[in-house]
Design a protein around this ligand. Structure first.
Ligand SMILES: NC(=O)C1=CN([C@@H]2O[C@H](COP(=O)(O)OP(=O)(O)OC[C@H]3O[C@@H](n4cnc5c(N)ncnc54)[C@H](O)[C@@H]3O)[C@@H](O)[C@H]2O)C=CC1
Ligand SMILES: O=C1[C@@H](O)[C@H](O)[C@@H](O)[C@H](O)[C@H]1O
Length: 337
């Protein structure tokens, strides 16, 4: 077992910097040995104060300099494929932030490269599986005491989007989490996706139709509706209501104290995903590190990344057609059964 997993973090933006801080301050059995970003100043800022963390402009340079046991990939999704294939060739464990890649064909190439390696090496950053609420909901559903799961009603609201957040990214970057959660909660694949574009918000930037309603069906007929609203302004909210035969379960309601005073009632709104899912990211990265030190994967794998990429591809087609689009999956290789 690797004593101390030396990690190269690629991409030192919002998510990469958050993971660098997490590994440095809270994760056991690992350290940040390299920070890679085309923006060297940003890499330098993220690495500042971390003993042994060196700064590079490319993953190849970091690898050539030595001291890299594993890669945490936090660049934009369209850049993931190339780095994933490289890390598989080098046979080092990878935590790839979601999405694995933005479409099914590119994700399948990653699956083929991992099969060539002959063992699972990629974990995908679907952190909701490590959220206490989602884990409890999964236990309630799989426990069976409330009968069969019939429907899921999901809401996914962000206060705003960064520059360059395209209309397709509402699906590829945001709803990709719901595709994963639906597969996690039902234990089934998704069979179709439909997207409805209703009245748009005046707060959406040019080129983005926001909000959208995504309708999902699983292989056994569980129906799911998702409100994706990425310029909702008020704060961050991710929640799910599950309708089961013998009960209704809600998760992700605003938590914390609710105060009634001076004729008003209220509590705090979560500002962003870092606050809502902070504990989940910590558990996700610790699980990855623990497993990677044993040459294993400690969470959602490349098949989960591929299956959700196929859903995203169907979702992007459905955005323009308005029709229900079938999700086509290749046969699941032995490696993931
Ligand atoms: N699990 C979650 O809840 C979240 C996941 N993410 C995912 O994390 C990834 C990164 O997203 P953000 O941090 O929001 O993006 P960002 O835009 O803040 O940061 C991306 C960084 O990658 C760098 N970069 C671009 N091209 C590069 C290259 N060729 N080599 C090295 N560095 C390069 C940029 O200079 C930038 O610093 C995405 O896959 C995104 O979907 C993002 C937010 C939340
Ligand atoms: O992954 C994430 C972002 O990339 C995405 O843009 C947001 O919509 C999600 O809420 C967040 O969890």
């Amino acid at each position: 077992m690797t004593e101390n997993l030396k990690i190269a973090v690629v991409g030192a933006g919002r998510m990469g910097a958050d993971h660098i801080d997490r590994i440095h301050t809270r994760i056991v059995g690992a350290s940040v040995s390299a920070v890679v970003d085309i923006d060297l100043d940003r890499a330098g800022q993220a690495a500042a104060g971390i003993p042994g963390a060196r700064v590079f402009a490319s993953l190849e340079e970091a690898r050539a300099a030595g001291g890299v046991d594993a890669v945490l990939l936090a660049t934009p999704g369209f850049l993931h494929e190339e780095a994933l294939i490289k890390a598989l060739e080098w046979d080092i464990p990878i935590l790839c932030e979601k999405p694995l890649t933005p479409d099914a064909a590119t994700s399948w190439r990653v699956i083929e490269a991992e099969q060539k390696l002959g063992r699972q090496s990629i974990q995908v950053g679907f952190m909701r599986r490590f959220d206490a609420d989602y884990a409890k909901l999964e236990q309630i559903i799989s426990g069976g005491d409330l009968g069969d799961l019939l429907m899921l009603h999901c809401r996914h609201r962000n206060p705003s989007t960064p520059p360059g957040f395209t209309n397709e990214m509402l699906i590829n970057d945001s709803v990709v989490h719901e595709f994963d959660v639906v597969r996690y909660l039902t234990g089934e694949e998704i069979s179709s996706v439909q997207v409805r574009l209703g009245k748009p918000s005046r707060n959406a930037p040019a080129g983005q139709h926001d909000p959208q309603q995504v309708l999902i069906e699983t292989t056994s007929g569980v129906l799911v509706d998702v409100e994706i609203f990425v310029n909702a302004k008020f704060g961050y909210e991710v929640g799910t209501q599950a309708s089961l035969e013998d009960g209704i379960v809600d998760i992700g309601l605003d938590h914390g104290p609710v105060t009634r005073t001076a004729g008003r009632v209220g509590g705090d709104v979560t500002p962003g995903f870092e606050e809502r899912f902070g504990d989940a990211y910590d558990r996700e990265i610790q699980s990855w590190v623990d497993a990677a030190r044993r040459d294993e994967v400690g969470g959602p794998n490349a098949w989960d990344g591929y299956a959700t990429a196929a859903c995203c591809e169907a979702g992007v087609k459905a955005q323009s057609s308005g029709e229900k689009v079938a999700v086509e999956l290749n046969e699941k290789p032995e490696l993931y059964r």
